[in-house]
Design a protein around this ligand. Structure first.
Ligand code: PLP
Ligand SMILES: N[C@H](C=O)CCC(=O)O
Length: 431
């Protein structure tokens, strides 16, 4: 496989775009460097690069593309809406329709608001929690990623950790002091933090199933303990479901796990691949938001008709019976297949999988928190990534990101992926 055109295009992009990419996670800095592959078109579970190479894709654009590329139902909805105008700056029925769909699927949402990104959604939930409680501090978990606003770029996973800057430059000391960071899956530390700062904590922000130091499940009772401890102290519990909404079932991780937050931030899948974010929750808290209340949040593009139409179409596809069971079955085939391949090579691997989302870590330990994820073998992952790419399988260029199956992956794709894994593992086992 040659990627000469990508190399040329990447060199050109470097001249004009910072780092050649519009989101740092897309660079190959953490996987040995080199030109990021330029994609030209996608269909179903595949995309093709500018040199004409075909890849089986598990990046799914970092999560939104759960129905595969250019899904006919979503494409049709986008085309139809584009012909009617892409932005009006007035309410539309599409916004109410999508809000109703979200509310029906996720019962903790009394009211919702649309934004343009997951970042905006999470940022606003924190503001609203502060407005509701009259408190300042936010408690979050080490290695989780909640977007790129200042308050959460402290001990941030995903891209910031991948590129070695979990505490971003440019975040002021006073902002960083408003954040308390504790390890995921550790009730004692959470309890201690509340004993010390409980009266100042406006909210606890948590990915109910982590997706940003790989996929990590909460241990039994952990989310329940968060609710109990936070509510006892009068703090708001905020779930960041930007990755997890509609990922494992038609609903959120909160439905999947049977736990209920006060506020939820959403994004990715609910826009069917177009820019979107949303947040919602208990009526008495959401009524803090302008124009009803004093907490301001706005957006010229918020609730834009194209994203709404695309999101509605995506959720319609996800209502197809058996669709999540199929992703789970294929995910299991991939997980089991990797372990079976590794019986030949005995590499230190650990796989965390929930339904169609999984992470392969190079580690001989189970991964339950950020420190453990950080300690996994980055160099080995970097080499694995490149071998897989060489064999036509595209993953995120970071050991902290998830692999996402889509509704379009097939048994044959999994078999082909496992052949690539066999090749990659055989190379890794040589040195
Ligand atoms: C859990 C989580 N929250 C928030 C965000 C930010 O979303 P966006 O990139 O749409 O701003 C992301 C991903 O980027 C995420 O994974
Ligand atoms: N893991 C991040 C979000 O889920 C990756 C998105 C990005 O940084 O571009």
């Amino acid at each position: 496989m040659t990627i000469q055109t990508s190399e040329k295009l990447y060199a050109e992009a470097l001249e004009h775009i910072v780092g050649g990419v519009n989101s740092p996670s897309r660079s190959y800095a953490a996987v040995g460097g080199g030109a990021a592959v330029f994609m030209k078109k996608g269909k179903g579970a595949y995309f093709w690069d500018e040199d004409g190479n075909r890849y089986i894709d598990y990046l799914a654009a970092y999560g939104p593309i759960i129905t595969g590329f250019a899904h006919p139902h979503i494409t049709e909805a986008i085309k139809k809406q584009a012909e009617l105008g892409v932005l009006y700056g007035t309410p539309t029925t599409l916004e109410t329709d999508l809000a109703v769909m979200l509310k029906k699927a996720i019962p903790s949402l009394d009211k919702v608001r649309f934004t343009n990104s997951g970042t905006e959604s999470v940022m606003t939930t924190v503001r609203v929690a502060r407005a509701f409680t009259g408190r300042k501090k936010l408690l979050k978990f080490a290695g989780s990623y909640h977007g790129h606003f200042d308050l959460v770029l402290v001990a941030a996973g995903s891209g910031p950790s991948t590129l070695g800057s979990p505490d971003s430059a440019g975040v002021t000391e006073s902002t960083a002091q408003e954040v308390i960071t504790v390890p995921f899956n550790n009730v004692d530390t959470l309890q201690h933090a509340f004993e010390k700062w409980g009266a100042d904590i406006a909210g606890v922000l948590v990915e109910p199933i982590v997706g940003n130091f790989g996929m990590v499940m909460p241990q039994p009772g952990f989310l329940e303990a968060i609710n109990e401890i936070a509510h006892q102290a009068g703090s708001v519990v905020i779930y960041d479901e930007v990755i997890t909404n509609f990922r494992f079932m038609y609903g959120g991780a909160q439905n999947y796990l049977g736990v209920t937050p006060d506020l939820t931030a959403m994004g990715k899948v609910i826009g069917g691949g177009l820019p979107i974010g949303a947040y919602g929750g208990k009526k008495e808290i959401m009524d803090e938001v302008a124009p009803l209340g004093p907490a301001y949040q706005a957006g010229t593009m918020a609730g834009n008709p194209l994203s709404m139409a695309s999101g509605i179409a995506c959720l319609e596809v996800l209502q197809t019976p058996g669709i999540y069971e199929r992703m789970d079955r294929l995910g299991k085939k991939l997980e089991d297949g990797m372990h079976a391949v590794n019986e030949k090579y005995h590499l230190p691997i650990a796989i965390n999988r929930i339904g169609g989302a999984m992470t392969l870590y190079f580690s001989d330990h189970e991964i339950t928190n950020y420190e453990e994820a950080k300690a996994t073998d980055s160099k080995m992952f970097g080499r694995f990534f490149k071998y897989m790419l060489e064999k036509g399988v595209n993953l995120a260029p970071s050991k902290y990101e998830a692999w996402f199956l889509t509704t379009e992956h097939t048994e044959k794709d999994i078999d082909e992926t496992l052949e690539a894994v066999d090749y990659a593992f055989s190379q890794l086992a040589k040195s």
